[in-house]
Design a protein around this ligand. Structure first.
Ligand SMILES: [Zn+2]
Length: 164
């Protein structure tokens, strides 16, 4: 028997219950969950409208007020996802992109789903509209975007619904 170190390992699972705060952005998540409203913020000084919302304007550092935005927008840039985490594996392939909601000056990174996912559906400049999960938890995954010509079909699916 030699004195070489042998590491003995046992596979196990650690479960951790925890909670985290959305802080100043909480209103966005509460309105999303309870009322299917998409809130951005508008700077009180320069007037820039932020989505995702900024509590203070990232350009001039002044406070921003909450404003409701339309649920339609335009794809700024996108890609199709083939490799993902366990949370989204059943959805692949799906799109993600930066969406500029109508009325906002910045873009939101969000999922884009399509019944016929081909690159031309996700091209820059394509119009999309938000679809909401019927069961919402106040998370970014409570909603996603679809090409605007597919919207009526998506909101008739049993697990989804349209916004306000
Ligand atoms: Zn500003």
């Amino acid at each position: 028997m030699n004195g070489e170190f042998q590491d003995h390992q046992i596979r196990d699972i650690i479960k951790i219950n925890y909670r985290y705060s959305m802080g100043g952005q909480s209103k966005f998540f509460i309105e999303l969950m309870k009322n299917k409203r998409l809130l951005g913020t508008k700077c009180t000084k320069c007037g820039k409208t932020w989505m995702p919302p900024r509590i203070n304007c990232s350009d001039c550092y002044e406070p921003a007020d909450w404003v409701e935005l339309k649920q339609t927008g335009t794809i700024e840039v996108s890609t199709i996802v083939w490799y993902t985490t366990s949370a989204f594996i059943k959805a692949i392939p799906y799109g993600v992109g930066y969406i500029k909601l109508d009325g906002a000056e910045t873009a939101l990174l969000q999922g884009i789903f399509s019944e016929n996912l081909v690159p031309s559906k996700l091209k820059k400049g394509k119009k999309v509209k938000a679809v909401f999960n019927k069961e919402r938890a106040g998370k970014m995954t409570d909603f996603f975007f679809v090409p605007i010509d597919e919207y009526e079909r998506w909101i008739t699916k049993p697990e989804f619904e349209g916004g306000v």
